[in-house]
Ligand binder design. Structure first.
Ligand SMILES: C[S@@+](CC[C@H](N)C(=O)[O-])C[C@H]1O[C@@H](n2cnc3c(N)ncnc32)[C@H](O)[C@@H]1O
Length: 289
């Protein structure tokens, strides 16, 4: 058994909280609790019951290493190696974006479309820029009869997406491919989803260090006005969409109207905007004409 250190678990959490607060980290107590729990290999909620237990000395080197990583602004989810999204745990890695709560807006909008696909065969879903696979896999997990394809330019992201499919028991209904957007595709889909890179180049420097240093550039940078990826994807949508099909595109702040207009210019009917929890239009819904 590991030798106890002289400090209680609650003291270690309090000390780490103070260090994180001093460093200007946004949620110092939550981060400290989650990371101490991670080091101990227990659920964060169980720390309440363990507060008076001695923190084992054998775990101090791991705690010191993790403290340094968080102080270098590495996000908690990257330190843990996974993140919750739409009720599932997704592995993340250096080549994948850390899934964002805002993107759950897209999954919700997708799930609400299910009744619109009245098909004799399984629904087919395409995810352009799949990253960890969190959008596609969350949709397929909710639709037991659906199949999906996810593409990404980063081979290492495709490896992570495949690992997530296996963890969720969805490998037999998903295909993940390395592709420059639609380049390798030959079939059509009922639903196309995408959360492409949409940060405008001049805004990149203003990103939080957690984002700028740790999310992959390929997942963030949308070119000078943030719209490069939409200009590449939107002209392809009608070609890869079944009659009666739909597409849901996540957009950045102030991009919804421009992206909807771009879609209209490429033969798609604008159906709706879906707002995120802050009330900001986050997803553009379009359909085949
Ligand atoms: C904002 S991230 C979204 C990741 C994931 N879908 C999510 O919502 O968390 C954009 C993704 O697009 C991928 N990507 C960027 N350029 C691409 C391209 N030309 N072709 C395919 N994927 C691309 C990136 O590697 C990244 O995984």
């Amino acid at each position: 058994m590991a030798a106890p250190s002289s400090r209680a678990v609650s003291t270690v959490v309090a000390e780490l909280t103070a260090v994180f607060a001093e460093a200007g980290i946004d949620s110092p107590r939550v981060d400290a609790r989650v990371l101490v729990a991670h080091v101990l290999g227990v659920e964060p909620a169980s720390l309440f019951a363990r507060g008076n237990d001695p923190f084992p000395a054998a775990y101090l080197p791991a705690l010191t290493a993790i403290r340094a990583r968080r102080l270098a602004r590495e996000p908690v989810a990257r330190i843990r190696g996974y993140r919750e999204f739409f009720g599932h745990e997704y592995i993340i890695g250096p080549a994948t974006l850390e899934p964002r709560a805002d993107s759950e807006t897209l999954v919700e909008a997708a799930l609400n479309l299910r009744s619109e696909f009245r098909l004799e065969r399984p629904v087919r879903v395409l995810d352009l820029g799949t990253g960890s696979g969190c959008l596609l896999l969350s949709i397929l997990a909710a639709w037991p009869d659906a199949h999906g394809v996810g593409v990404d330019l980063a081979p290492a992201a495709i490896e992570v997406a495949n690992a997530n499919a296996a963890r969720l028991g969805l490998s037999d209904r998903t295909t993940f491919l390395v592709s420059n957007w639609c380049a390798v595709l030959s079939e059509k889909f009922d639903l196309i989803v995408s959360n492409p890179p949409y940060i405008a180049g001049p805004d990149m420097d203003g990103l939080e260090p957690e984002v700028l240093r740790f999310d992959p550039l390929l997942a963030l940078n949308g070119g000078n006005d943030g719209l490069d990826a939409y200009r590449a994807i939107v002209p392809e949508l009608a070609k890869y969409m079944e009659p009666g099909g739909a597409a849901l595109l996540e957009v950045g702040h102030n991009q919804a109207a421009t992206v909807a207009a771009l879609c209209a210019a490429h033969g798609l009917a604008h159906k709706a905007f879906h707002n995120d929890l802050a009330g900001i239009p986050r997803v553009v819904q379009v359909a085949s004409i």
